[in-house]
Design a protein around this ligand. Structure first.
Ligand code: MN
Length: 232
């Protein structure tokens, strides 16, 4: 095709562990509150009300190991350490009992957040896009196939900033489990290979500043790192 008015952006993609293959990304869904203690720290009362979602744009993706500038328009930039699901087959109206068959693999993710803009929008009843969907806000490690590691239902999820542990929880603390999230989201979207789902963050979110070094890990899945640079 040579009739575009400008050169199209490259296909968004995430490396598979080992580096020989890539997973092409089409959509990025994110679960809102999915750990009770984090829901409480954000001022809400956790219960089994249905999960809710927001989205990020694939152009927001940045790989583990990067240095990202402190974002535009915010004075309260936060980390959120999360397990990421990569969908591997078309999935529509799945039952939780079958939903794991739709999962191709997993990664560590950081749902970077302009917390001041998110809360301002939340309080005004407006969309969260300014707080959540911004450049370099979707950080990911390499993907690992479920065929190699299985489907982690438990295991430590941790994040440290400058060597100090800030988030420390267990995947079993998810209010909505991986199969429940996939099944629920598939009631609203025709999920496809290329769809990522950030599953929500445990308690302990907080602000970061230029020079900070983030290091996260999920037992059985992998590790993730990010350095915060000066604003550009
Ligand atoms: Mn999040």
């Amino acid at each position: 095709m040579n009739n575009y008015v400008f050169t199209p952006a490259p296909q968004a993609a995430v490396p598979v562990r080992g580096g020989a293959r890539h997973y092409a990304v089409s959509r990025i869904f994110c679960v809102g509150r999915n750990y009770a203690a984090h829901a409480r720290e954000m001022g809400s009362d956790p219960d089994r009300e249905p999960p809710f979602y927001f989205s990020k744009t694939p152009i927001d993706l940045v790989m583990s190991g990067a240095t990202v500038p402190y974002p535009l328009g915010s004075q309260n930039y936060h980390y959120e350490m999360e397990l990421v699901i990569a969908i591997g087959r078309p999935t529509f109206r799945a039952e939780p009992e079958q939903a794991l068959e739709s999962v191709w693999g997993y990664a560590c993710g950081l749902d970077m957040t302009r917390r001041d803009l998110q809360i301002k929008a939340r309080e005004a009843g407006r969309p969260w896009d300014f707080g959540k969907d911004f450049e370099q806000s979707a950080v990911m490690s390499a993907l690992v196939p479920a065929s190699e590691i299985g489907h982690p239902a438990s295991g430590a999820i941790q994040l440290s900033v400058n060597g100090q542990v800030k988030q420390s929880a267990d995947l079993r603390d998810l209010i909505w489990s991986v199969p429940e999230v996939v099944a629920n989201l598939s009631q609203y979207y025709h999920l496809q290979p290329g769809d990522l789902i950030y599953t929500g963050t445990p308690e302990g979110v907080g602000p970061i500043k230029p020079g900070d070094v983030l290091a996260g890990r999920i037992e059985g899945v992998g590790e993730i790192a990010l350095t915060i640079g000066e604003p550009e």
